[in-house]
Design a protein around this ligand. Structure first.
Ligand SMILES: NC(=O)c1ccc[n+]([C@@H]2O[C@H](COP(=O)([O-])OP(=O)(O)OC[C@H]3O[C@@H](n4cnc5c(N)ncnc54)[C@H](O)[C@@H]3O)[C@@H](O)[C@H]2O)c1
Length: 383
């Protein structure tokens, strides 16, 4: 195999943003979009026509797509509550899997999926690969070298008002821009923890290591939202604050709220603030001064001058973002998918592992359980 044949599961917002990357020459040499499935078959067909390799096919279900001989791997971009079933079905069909965050909703599902991937000898890359980011790796190195002393606490998360309602893929009337975002507010899989705080938790645990205990408060602050002008009853919690214990009396706070913003410009506090006995690191600065990290000189040439830790120019320095990919979107998810391509074609393992994803899912599940029971939860997974 010298080119991986990829089938997209779900042709919604994320898949539609990823597929154009596969039309760029450096990617097309390595991987092809050969199939798309979506129960909205017009969407699957339109996406396969517009972004697929010549002859790419559309299917109304994953089962039909897997029954064909079109794909070696899948990229799962269906609603989060369906990820487990889709990933497991693909693994059992012998396909390699990239799965958007979060990989599953529960730790028990993640356990089964990881065991199945081993049994069927297929690779799983689980987004978000936050430790692929050079500044996160440098933060880890600085903290381990004692640059800010002993870490006492950290804070990270995501907080905003409106949510996926406003994305361009949801505002129109044709199949590629009338995608319904209601699932983001339903259970299982809805709510900001699984969708956005997950980035912060991957970075935080990538830097500090596994969480040992979790406690939290959580609930639904806004019980009804307007989605495309229609009222939608919100089932998922939209407001969660959790406290994490890393052992040795190092603690962190992680938040996920779709019911109130942070200061404009820092809605996504994915790169934590780390406070130590001898200093602090916040995003791209240490003690208020920018610190250096590999690729920073390129990030500084971007329109945002590399000022945003997780977006803007810092997307440009992910390993597979050649200049031709810079004007496209969702660089980090494309990067994760290319991690799978490299793993399958070259045998290069990715740090965006299913085991790391399982740990973060365990933390999220523990947070909800802690909020429900009022009891601090012990996290049993590691990575
Ligand atoms: N939207 C974003 O900004 C964004 C960014 C990064 C990652 N993600 C992640 O990508 C994933 C998908 O999010 P999205 O915003 O693209 O969702 P979306 O609602 O835009 O699209 C989901 C698509 O899945 C389809 N679908 C529903 N049931 C299906 C089934 N049984 N089989 C196949 N397809 C099915 C829907 O018809 C829809 O086209 C989530 O994990 C999300 O967290 C989203």
């Amino acid at each position: 195999m010298n080119r991986l044949r990829i089938g997209f599961v779900g042709a919604g917002a994320i898949s539609l943003r990823l597929m154009p990357h596969f039309q760029i020459a450096d990617t097309a040499e390595r991987a092809l979009v050969t199939a798309v499935c979506d129960p909205v078959i017009e969407r699957a067909e339109a996406a396969a026509d517009k972004f697929g390799a010549p002859g790419a096919r559309a299917y109304a279900s994953l089962t039909e797509m897997l029954a064909s001989d079109d794909v070696d791997a899948v990229s799962i971009g269906s609603p989060i509550g369906l990820h487990y079933a889709h990933a497991l079905e693909a693994v059992k069909a012998g396909k390699h899997v990239h799965v958007n965050k979060t990989m599953t909703v529960t730790k028990a599902e993640a356990d089964i999926l990881i065991a199945a991937a081993k049994e069927y000898n297929v690779r799983i890359v689980a987004s978000p690969g936050e430790m692929l980011r050079p500044h996160n790796r440098e933060t880890k190195r600085l903290i381990e070298s004692g640059a800010i002393g002993k870490v006492s606490w950290a804070a990270c998360g995501a907080a905003f008002g409106n949510y996926h309602e406003d994305e361009p893929e949801r505002q129109g009337s044709d199949p590629l821009n009338n995608v319904d975002p209601s699932w983001y507010f339903r259970v299982p899989g809805g709510g900001p923890l699984y969708d956005v705080t997950v980035y912060a938790l991957h970075g935080l645990t990538g830097v500090l290591g596994p969480v040992k205990r979790v406690t939290a408060l959580s609930g639904t602050l806004v019980p009804e939202r307007l989605v495309n002008g229609k009222p939608l009853k919100v089932e998922a919690h939209d407001n969660t604050l959790m406290l994490l214990d890393f052992g040795g009396n190092t603690f962190a706070m992680a938040f996920g709220t779709a019911a109130g913003s942070l200061t404009p410009g820092v809605e996504f506090d994915f790169s934590a603030r780390y406070y130590g006995t001898d200093g602090e690191i916040w995003g791209l600065t240490m003690n208020g001064e920018p610190y250096d990290y590999p690729g920073r000189e390129i990030a500084l040439t971007a329109p945002d001058k590399g000022t945003q830790s997780n977006f803007g120019g810092n997307e440009w320095i992910l390993p597979h973002i050649s200049p031709e990919h810079r004007d496209l979107s969702e660089h980090h998810v494309f990067e994760d998918l290319m991690q799978l391509v490299d793993w399958v074609l070259d045998g290069t393992p990715s740090p965006a592992t299913a085991e790391h994803a399982r740990h973060v899912i365990d933390v999220i599940e523990c947070a909800y359980r802690a909020a429900e029971t009022g009891m601090t939860q012990v996290v049993t997974t590691s990575f």
